[in-house]
Design a protein around this ligand. Structure first.
Ligand code: PRP
Ligand code: URA
Length: 237
């Protein structure tokens, strides 16, 4: 959590300072950006954003929103045909073609990874610890449990908040080094600034979001946002 009393604008140069932030309308034109229009998403997001929502309820909502995002983000996965026996006879079925990896960006991404696991129980979970330095907003890697041998059709980097984009950009860069054929980012709320940076740096990925907000404030928080997603999930205020 950034301390607004000691880290106001002007003390150190943050990535978005002195740079005009794009508008929502500008980034909505970006290709490969998918923002949910589902009414249930809007309903759950409203409860998530509410400052009176306490950590147990907040975590439950992150998982429910994560399940909706998982359905949207997996809608175009490849399938292989197969033959199975039902109790009534033989039929043609379909199975997902190749494994699916989910990389939660620790720690706030944990709830979303859990949601993916509930939708697709055999996903592989690869933990990646990135923490925003509170003075520079640069993402620092502190934990990496990505395997070296991979055989996946797709991997999803999941994190509720896309603010300056630093954490998401680094996570995708790290996943790209593993040679996974297809990568996507899944987040709950994005700021136009971070979304534009992510799409510009990694134009070859799909980006799935629950909502696109107005802007970053002068200490790099999303407005209106929901505050600190990690603290609100785990009660570390
Ligand atoms: C938050 C959030 C993202 C990051 C987004 O994590 O969960 O990972 O900030 O900011 P960015 O787009 O500017 O990089 P934080 O570093 O606070 O760590 P936490 O998950 O441990 O709370
Ligand atoms: N990280 C958060 O948890 N919230 C924000 O608004 C920005 C970064």
């Amino acid at each position: 959590m950034i301390d607004a009393t000691t880290q106001g604008s002007g003390q150190r140069k943050l990535p978005m300072q002195g740079v005009p932030q794009p508008t929502r309308e500008e980034v909505l034109k970006l290709p490969r950006v998918h923002i949910s229009t589902h009414p249930v998403m809007a309903h759950k997001l409203t409860a998530l954003r509410d400052k009176n929502t306490q950590p147990p309820e907040f975590y439950r909502l992150v998982k429910e929103i994560g399940a909706l995002l998982a359905y949207e983000a997996t809608a175009s996965l490849a399938l292989n045909s197969c033959t199975i026996e039902t109790p009534m006879g033989t039929t043609q079925g379909q199975r997902l073609a190749g494994g699916i990896g989910v990389t939660p960006i620790l720690r706030a991404g944990l709830g979303l990874a859990e949601a993916f696991r509930e939708v697709i129980p055999d996903v592989q979970i690869w933990h990646l610890g990135l923490r925003r330095d509170e003075h520079t907003l640069q993402a620092l890697e502190y934990y990496n449990q990505l395997p070296h041998q991979v055989n996946l059709q797709v991997a999803y980097a999941v994190d509720p908040m896309l603010a300056t984009g630093g954490s998401a950009i680094d996570a995708i860069t790290i996943l790209k080094r593993r040679g996974i054929p297809r990568l996507s980012y899944v987040g709950i709320i994005a700021a136009p600034y971070g979304l534009a940076k992510l799409a510009e740096t990694h134009p070859d990925i799909d980006i799935y979001l629950g909502a696109l907000d107005e802007r970053l404030n002068d200490i790099g928080y999303i407005v209106p946002g929901l505050g600190d997603a990690g603290d609100r999930q785990f009660g570390t205020f």
